[in-house]
Write a protein that binds this ligand. Structure first.
Ligand code: GLU
Length: 311
Protein backbone atom coordinates (compact mmCIF):
# COMPACT_ATOMS: atom_id res chain seq x y z
CA UNK A 1 0.00 0.00 0.00
CA UNK A 2 2.81 2.41 0.90
CA UNK A 3 4.55 1.73 -2.44
CA UNK A 4 1.31 2.29 -4.31
CA UNK A 5 0.60 5.62 -2.60
CA UNK A 6 4.18 6.80 -3.24
CA UNK A 7 3.87 5.82 -6.90
CA UNK A 8 0.55 7.67 -7.19
CA UNK A 9 2.02 10.80 -5.55
CA UNK A 10 4.99 10.71 -7.91
CA UNK A 11 2.77 10.34 -10.97
CA UNK A 12 0.67 13.30 -9.80
CA UNK A 13 3.71 15.53 -9.24
CA UNK A 14 5.04 14.66 -12.69
CA UNK A 15 1.73 15.52 -14.40
CA UNK A 16 2.05 19.01 -15.95
CA UNK A 17 -1.74 19.52 -16.19
CA UNK A 18 -2.78 20.25 -12.61
CA UNK A 19 -6.21 21.78 -13.33
CA UNK A 20 -7.36 25.23 -12.26
CA UNK A 21 -7.51 26.47 -8.66
CA UNK A 22 -10.94 27.87 -7.64
CA UNK A 23 -10.77 31.64 -7.63
CA UNK A 24 -14.30 32.69 -6.60
CA UNK A 25 -13.32 32.51 -2.91
CA UNK A 26 -10.51 35.12 -2.89
CA UNK A 27 -8.70 33.57 0.08
CA UNK A 28 -8.35 30.27 -1.82
CA UNK A 29 -7.30 31.79 -5.15
CA UNK A 30 -3.61 32.13 -4.31
CA UNK A 31 -3.00 28.49 -3.36
CA UNK A 32 -0.07 26.80 -5.11
CA UNK A 33 -1.57 24.19 -7.51
CA UNK A 34 1.64 22.19 -7.39
CA UNK A 35 0.66 20.20 -4.30
CA UNK A 36 -0.63 16.66 -3.97
CA UNK A 37 -1.31 14.51 -0.92
CA UNK A 38 -2.97 11.16 -0.30
CA UNK A 39 -3.68 9.22 2.90
CA UNK A 40 -5.55 6.05 3.71
CA UNK A 41 -6.97 4.94 7.05
CA UNK A 42 -7.49 1.19 6.91
CA UNK A 43 -10.20 -0.71 8.76
CA UNK A 44 -7.53 -2.46 10.84
CA UNK A 45 -6.14 0.86 12.11
CA UNK A 46 -3.10 1.21 9.83
CA UNK A 47 -2.59 4.57 8.16
CA UNK A 48 -0.48 5.12 5.04
CA UNK A 49 0.25 8.39 3.28
CA UNK A 50 2.35 10.02 0.57
CA UNK A 51 3.13 13.44 -0.90
CA UNK A 52 1.76 16.51 0.91
CA UNK A 53 -0.45 14.42 3.19
CA UNK A 54 0.35 16.59 6.22
CA UNK A 55 -0.39 19.96 4.62
CA UNK A 56 -3.72 21.43 5.82
CA UNK A 57 -6.25 22.50 3.19
CA UNK A 58 -9.78 23.92 3.17
CA UNK A 59 -12.17 20.95 3.08
CA UNK A 60 -15.02 23.10 1.69
CA UNK A 61 -17.81 20.85 0.42
CA UNK A 62 -16.37 17.69 1.94
CA UNK A 63 -17.85 19.23 5.12
CA UNK A 64 -21.32 18.57 3.69
CA UNK A 65 -20.88 14.91 4.62
CA UNK A 66 -20.34 15.78 8.30
CA UNK A 67 -23.17 18.35 8.14
CA UNK A 68 -25.56 15.72 6.78
CA UNK A 69 -24.61 13.29 9.55
CA UNK A 70 -25.32 16.03 12.13
CA UNK A 71 -28.62 17.03 10.52
CA UNK A 72 -29.74 13.37 10.43
CA UNK A 73 -28.76 13.11 14.07
CA UNK A 74 -30.96 16.11 14.81
CA UNK A 75 -34.16 15.32 12.90
CA UNK A 76 -33.71 11.82 11.41
CA UNK A 77 -35.68 11.05 8.27
CA UNK A 78 -37.65 14.30 8.55
CA UNK A 79 -34.77 15.92 6.67
CA UNK A 80 -36.03 14.25 3.48
CA UNK A 81 -39.10 16.46 3.51
CA UNK A 82 -36.82 19.46 2.96
CA UNK A 83 -34.17 18.03 0.63
CA UNK A 84 -34.16 15.31 -2.02
CA UNK A 85 -31.91 12.36 -2.79
CA UNK A 86 -31.39 12.62 -6.54
CA UNK A 87 -28.38 13.82 -8.51
CA UNK A 88 -28.92 17.29 -9.96
CA UNK A 89 -26.85 17.00 -13.13
CA UNK A 90 -26.05 20.67 -12.60
CA UNK A 91 -23.16 22.61 -11.11
CA UNK A 92 -22.67 22.84 -7.35
CA UNK A 93 -24.15 26.34 -6.99
CA UNK A 94 -26.96 26.14 -9.57
CA UNK A 95 -30.30 27.77 -8.78
CA UNK A 96 -32.12 26.39 -11.85
CA UNK A 97 -33.99 23.43 -10.38
CA UNK A 98 -34.98 25.26 -7.20
CA UNK A 99 -37.64 27.25 -9.02
CA UNK A 100 -39.09 24.26 -10.85
CA UNK A 101 -39.02 22.08 -7.73
CA UNK A 102 -40.55 24.60 -5.32
CA UNK A 103 -37.52 25.28 -3.16
CA UNK A 104 -36.71 21.63 -2.39
CA UNK A 105 -33.06 21.11 -3.38
CA UNK A 106 -32.24 17.91 -5.25
CA UNK A 107 -29.75 16.56 -2.68
CA UNK A 108 -27.76 17.54 0.44
CA UNK A 109 -24.45 17.83 -1.41
CA UNK A 110 -25.24 20.65 -3.84
CA UNK A 111 -25.00 24.06 -2.21
CA UNK A 112 -28.76 24.63 -1.93
CA UNK A 113 -29.21 21.25 -0.21
CA UNK A 114 -26.25 21.85 2.07
CA UNK A 115 -27.77 25.16 3.15
CA UNK A 116 -30.83 23.18 4.25
CA UNK A 117 -28.73 20.68 6.23
CA UNK A 118 -26.83 23.56 7.85
CA UNK A 119 -30.13 25.22 8.72
CA UNK A 120 -31.25 21.89 10.22
CA UNK A 121 -28.30 21.32 12.57
CA UNK A 122 -28.33 25.05 13.39
CA UNK A 123 -31.97 24.87 14.45
CA UNK A 124 -32.48 25.85 18.09
CA UNK A 125 -28.79 26.75 18.61
CA UNK A 126 -26.61 29.77 18.04
CA UNK A 127 -24.15 29.56 15.12
CA UNK A 128 -21.34 29.30 17.69
CA UNK A 129 -22.99 26.31 19.40
CA UNK A 130 -23.81 24.65 16.07
CA UNK A 131 -20.26 25.06 14.79
CA UNK A 132 -18.97 23.77 18.13
CA UNK A 133 -21.09 20.67 17.59
CA UNK A 134 -19.77 20.26 14.05
CA UNK A 135 -16.15 20.56 15.21
CA UNK A 136 -16.75 18.10 18.04
CA UNK A 137 -18.14 15.60 15.53
CA UNK A 138 -15.21 15.99 13.13
CA UNK A 139 -12.65 15.89 15.93
CA UNK A 140 -14.24 12.78 17.45
CA UNK A 141 -14.33 11.09 14.03
CA UNK A 142 -10.65 11.86 13.41
CA UNK A 143 -9.68 11.45 17.07
CA UNK A 144 -7.82 14.75 16.75
CA UNK A 145 -8.66 17.85 18.79
CA UNK A 146 -6.35 20.11 16.77
CA UNK A 147 -8.79 20.33 13.82
CA UNK A 148 -10.01 23.92 13.44
CA UNK A 149 -11.71 26.40 11.10
CA UNK A 150 -9.86 29.05 9.11
CA UNK A 151 -11.56 32.34 9.99
CA UNK A 152 -10.00 34.19 7.04
CA UNK A 153 -11.38 31.71 4.53
CA UNK A 154 -14.83 31.87 6.13
CA UNK A 155 -14.87 35.68 6.08
CA UNK A 156 -13.59 35.76 2.50
CA UNK A 157 -16.47 33.51 1.40
CA UNK A 158 -19.09 35.40 3.39
CA UNK A 159 -17.94 38.66 1.78
CA UNK A 160 -18.21 37.32 -1.76
CA UNK A 161 -20.84 34.56 -1.52
CA UNK A 162 -23.57 36.28 -3.50
CA UNK A 163 -24.74 33.06 -5.13
CA UNK A 164 -25.05 31.21 -1.85
CA UNK A 165 -26.94 34.15 -0.37
CA UNK A 166 -29.28 34.06 -3.40
CA UNK A 167 -29.85 30.33 -2.92
CA UNK A 168 -30.63 30.84 0.77
CA UNK A 169 -33.05 33.71 0.04
CA UNK A 170 -34.73 31.57 -2.58
CA UNK A 171 -35.10 28.71 -0.10
CA UNK A 172 -36.46 31.18 2.46
CA UNK A 173 -39.02 32.46 -0.04
CA UNK A 174 -40.32 28.88 -0.26
CA UNK A 175 -40.41 28.51 3.51
CA UNK A 176 -37.48 26.05 3.44
CA UNK A 177 -35.19 28.03 5.74
CA UNK A 178 -35.83 28.30 9.49
CA UNK A 179 -32.98 30.50 10.71
CA UNK A 180 -32.13 33.87 9.15
CA UNK A 181 -30.21 33.83 5.87
CA UNK A 182 -27.28 35.64 7.53
CA UNK A 183 -27.04 33.08 10.32
CA UNK A 184 -27.21 30.13 7.93
CA UNK A 185 -24.61 31.61 5.58
CA UNK A 186 -22.28 32.50 8.46
CA UNK A 187 -22.52 28.93 9.77
CA UNK A 188 -22.24 27.32 6.33
CA UNK A 189 -19.13 29.31 5.34
CA UNK A 190 -17.42 28.47 8.64
CA UNK A 191 -18.33 24.81 8.19
CA UNK A 192 -16.74 24.87 4.71
CA UNK A 193 -13.66 26.60 6.16
CA UNK A 194 -12.69 23.62 8.33
CA UNK A 195 -9.07 22.77 7.56
CA UNK A 196 -7.61 19.30 7.58
CA UNK A 197 -4.67 17.42 6.22
CA UNK A 198 -5.21 14.30 4.09
CA UNK A 199 -4.20 12.21 7.08
CA UNK A 200 -6.78 13.91 9.32
CA UNK A 201 -9.51 13.70 6.67
CA UNK A 202 -8.89 10.00 6.04
CA UNK A 203 -9.15 9.38 9.78
CA UNK A 204 -12.30 11.52 10.02
CA UNK A 205 -13.83 9.49 7.17
CA UNK A 206 -13.57 6.22 9.12
CA UNK A 207 -17.05 6.70 10.57
CA UNK A 208 -18.40 5.84 7.09
CA UNK A 209 -16.37 2.62 6.76
CA UNK A 210 -18.52 -0.33 7.68
CA UNK A 211 -16.03 -2.14 9.91
CA UNK A 212 -16.06 -3.20 13.57
CA UNK A 213 -13.16 -1.05 14.82
CA UNK A 214 -14.36 2.21 13.26
CA UNK A 215 -15.83 5.11 15.27
CA UNK A 216 -19.56 4.37 15.61
CA UNK A 217 -20.83 7.92 15.25
CA UNK A 218 -23.79 7.04 13.03
CA UNK A 219 -25.93 3.93 12.66
CA UNK A 220 -25.13 1.31 10.02
CA UNK A 221 -28.19 2.31 8.01
CA UNK A 222 -27.23 5.99 7.95
CA UNK A 223 -23.65 5.14 7.08
CA UNK A 224 -24.85 3.21 4.05
CA UNK A 225 -27.25 5.92 3.00
CA UNK A 226 -24.62 8.66 3.28
CA UNK A 227 -22.29 6.49 1.17
CA UNK A 228 -25.07 6.02 -1.39
CA UNK A 229 -25.55 9.78 -1.64
CA UNK A 230 -21.79 10.30 -1.97
CA UNK A 231 -21.78 7.87 -4.87
CA UNK A 232 -24.73 9.44 -6.68
CA UNK A 233 -24.31 13.13 -5.78
CA UNK A 234 -20.84 13.63 -4.24
CA UNK A 235 -19.22 15.15 -7.33
CA UNK A 236 -22.02 17.42 -8.61
CA UNK A 237 -22.52 17.04 -12.37
CA UNK A 238 -19.34 14.92 -12.43
CA UNK A 239 -20.82 12.26 -10.09
CA UNK A 240 -21.52 9.76 -12.87
CA UNK A 241 -18.02 10.21 -14.21
CA UNK A 242 -16.44 9.67 -10.78
CA UNK A 243 -18.56 6.54 -10.18
CA UNK A 244 -17.58 5.24 -13.62
CA UNK A 245 -13.87 5.93 -13.18
CA UNK A 246 -13.41 5.16 -9.47
CA UNK A 247 -16.38 3.00 -8.45
CA UNK A 248 -16.38 4.12 -4.81
CA UNK A 249 -18.45 6.76 -2.98
CA UNK A 250 -16.65 10.09 -2.75
CA UNK A 251 -17.25 13.71 -1.79
CA UNK A 252 -15.25 16.51 -3.30
CA UNK A 253 -14.67 20.13 -2.30
CA UNK A 254 -13.50 23.17 -4.27
CA UNK A 255 -10.44 23.29 -2.02
CA UNK A 256 -9.29 20.25 -4.03
CA UNK A 257 -9.95 17.59 -1.40
CA UNK A 258 -11.84 14.34 -1.98
CA UNK A 259 -12.93 11.86 0.69
CA UNK A 260 -13.47 8.36 -0.70
CA UNK A 261 -14.92 5.40 1.17
CA UNK A 262 -14.23 1.76 0.44
CA UNK A 263 -16.91 0.10 2.58
CA UNK A 264 -15.45 -2.45 4.96
CA UNK A 265 -11.91 -1.57 3.94
CA UNK A 266 -10.80 2.03 4.36
CA UNK A 267 -11.32 5.77 4.12
CA UNK A 268 -9.07 7.56 1.64
CA UNK A 269 -8.37 11.29 1.41
CA UNK A 270 -6.70 12.85 -1.59
CA UNK A 271 -5.92 16.52 -2.18
CA UNK A 272 -4.64 18.64 -5.02
CA UNK A 273 -6.00 22.20 -5.39
CA UNK A 274 -6.35 22.32 -9.20
CA UNK A 275 -9.89 21.48 -10.36
CA UNK A 276 -11.39 19.85 -13.46
CA UNK A 277 -14.35 21.28 -15.41
CA UNK A 278 -16.84 19.97 -12.82
CA UNK A 279 -15.07 21.75 -9.96
CA UNK A 280 -13.56 18.54 -8.56
CA UNK A 281 -9.85 17.98 -7.96
CA UNK A 282 -8.30 17.03 -11.29
CA UNK A 283 -5.24 15.18 -10.02
CA UNK A 284 -7.24 13.86 -7.06
CA UNK A 285 -9.75 12.21 -9.39
CA UNK A 286 -6.99 10.80 -11.60
CA UNK A 287 -5.14 9.50 -8.54
CA UNK A 288 -8.27 7.74 -7.27
CA UNK A 289 -8.84 6.23 -10.70
CA UNK A 290 -5.32 4.80 -10.66
CA UNK A 291 -5.77 3.66 -7.03
CA UNK A 292 -9.02 1.83 -7.89
CA UNK A 293 -7.44 0.23 -10.95
CA UNK A 294 -4.40 -0.99 -9.05
CA UNK A 295 -6.19 -2.24 -5.93
CA UNK A 296 -9.22 -3.63 -7.75
CA UNK A 297 -11.39 -1.95 -5.09
CA UNK A 298 -14.89 -1.04 -6.24
CA UNK A 299 -18.35 -1.26 -4.72
CA UNK A 300 -19.41 -2.82 -8.02
CA UNK A 301 -17.26 -5.94 -7.78
CA UNK A 302 -14.49 -7.73 -5.93
CA UNK A 303 -10.75 -7.80 -6.75
CA UNK A 304 -9.81 -10.85 -8.83
CA UNK A 305 -7.15 -13.22 -7.50
CA UNK A 306 -3.78 -12.14 -8.85
CA UNK A 307 -5.07 -8.67 -9.63
CA UNK A 308 -4.99 -5.84 -7.15
CA UNK A 309 -2.73 -5.63 -4.14
CA UNK A 310 -2.91 -7.83 -1.09
CA UNK A 311 -3.59 -5.67 1.98
N1 GLU B 1 -17.99 26.86 0.16
C1 GLU B 1 -18.13 26.47 -1.23
C2 GLU B 1 -19.33 27.13 -1.82
O1 GLU B 1 -20.35 27.13 -1.23
C3 GLU B 1 -18.22 24.99 -1.33
C4 GLU B 1 -18.36 24.49 -2.73
C5 GLU B 1 -17.55 23.25 -2.99
O2 GLU B 1 -16.62 22.93 -2.23
O3 GLU B 1 -17.81 22.56 -3.97
O4 GLU B 1 -19.32 27.69 -2.87
Amino acid sequence: MQDLLSEIAEAASANPDKGKVASYIPELAGIDPDQFGIAIAMADGRVFSAGDADVPFSIQSVSKVFALALALGRVGDEIWQRVGREPSGLSFDSILLLERENGIPRNPFINAGALVTTDTYLSGSSPREALGELLRFVRAAADDDSIHMNEKVAKSEIATGHRNFSLAHYLASHGNMRASVDKVLGTYCHQCAVEMTCRQLALAGRFLVDAPAMPGLVSIERRRRINALMMTCGHYDGSGDFAFRVGMPGKSGVGGGILVISPGRAAIAVWSPGLNRYGNSKLGTEAMELFAHRTGWSVFGVPHPGRGIDV
